[in-house]
Design a protein around this ligand. Sequence first.
Ligand SMILES: [Zn+2]
Length: 241
Amino acid sequence: MSYRLITLLSGVPVGSDRGALGWCSVVLLEGRGHRILFDTGSYGDRAILIQRLGEQGLCLEDIDAVVISHFHFDHMVNIELLTEQELFLHSRELDYIKTRAFAETGDPFVPLTHAALYQDRLIPVEDDQILFPGLRIVHLPGHTPGTMGLYLEQEDILLTSDGVKNAADFLQKRPPPCFYSEAIALESYHRVCSLTNHILPGHDREFILNPDGQIEYLDQTRVNLDLQDKPRGSKRVIKLI
Ligand SMILES: [Zn+2]
């Protein structure tokens, strides 16, 4: 028996000179008697996250556990809504927020209040740990010390979060923005390649890296940016992906 993978929110490879938009991938895994959320998105994702769960006939209470890839706001803030679930975070990331090392490294994306409120509720996990049958933790440090992915063993797909933010960076061996180590982030790319060529990145759509080095996207989701700088009825919509 295997897991059904449902991309509730597609990651978007977009930045701006106004700051991070933070549209990450949010994935629901359903199978073997479990419903597991991999990342939760941020405040701006909240309504659509609940709507997408509803389209699956689910509500937040139906989720059993949450895997938090790392403690950046765009991936974890909606744990606020998940009051009863087990919350898993890599032990290195838990240290990162407990010791406030993130402040020393100038990492602005860790929400201070959440770091304080949740540090005792978060359950630390380790590299290679089998979290649920067929689901293996894969430590992918670099972006932060405890960034981690989740490998679906039977399905042979790796949810990388910001271990691989997007296909273009991965293809060009360009590390993600790093608050820990670019060199180690590149080692994490090698780890990813050693496991699989089927990747669901942190801020991009699911893809396969073909033997000829070409990216093949498997998710046809389109995301539109609605710039509301025109009178109503003539708004400008930009297709992002
Ligand atoms: Zn991040």
